[in-house]
Design a protein around this ligand. Structure first.
Ligand code: 5GP
Length: 138
């Protein structure tokens, strides 16, 4: 399977469609998941093309996981969380829906389940949660 540069996250990287960005460095970008499974659910992506973990380079994986760790600390602080769930899916059979490598980072609290999938977040709430994460990164 090859990389399709018209996927939604490639368009977000090119600013062709809007996103709520919370962090970026030379190699990675982090933005709010539009259908959050928990308050503070973010997605970490490489800025360079990779379909998923199966075609990513070691350097891309290193950069992405470094940012995943940074955002894990930030969401713990921002949401006074007790834990963090990271998720990463590969190909349709593996649960992947958007074919640009991404890792989900979700702050978690004891005995609080995830929201159901496929429910659009409230834009005001997503913006407010993004601001909390940005503040925690400072
Ligand atoms: P996955 O490929 O990991 O199964 O799921 C893709 C994720 O991307 C889902 O959690 C979904 O909510 C999120 N997503 C899909 N389209 C958009 C979009 O246009 N903007 C943002 N910010 N997130 C999206």
């Amino acid at each position: 399977m090859s990389y399709d540069s018209d996927n939604i996250f490639a368009k977000i990287l090119r600013d062709e469609i809007p996103s709520i960005r919370v962090y970026e460095d030379d190699a990675t970008l982090v933005f709010m998941d539009i259908m959050p499974r928990a308050p503070g659910h973010v997605l970490v992506i490489p800025k360079t093309p990779a379909r998923n973990i199966l075609d990513a380079s070691p350097d891309q994986l290193l950069a992405v996981m470094g940012t995943v760790q940074k955002l894990s600390h930030a969401v713990m602080k921002a949401f006074d969380a007790e834990g963090v769930t990271t998720q990463q899916f590969n190909e349709a059979a593996g649960g992947q829906e958007v074919f640009h490598l991404h890792v989900h980072v979700l702050p978690r609290h004891t005995e609080v389940g995830l929201n159901p999938p496929g429910v659009m977040g409230d834009m005001g709430e997503l913006q407010a949660n993004a601001a909390k994460i940005r503040a925690a990164l400072d």
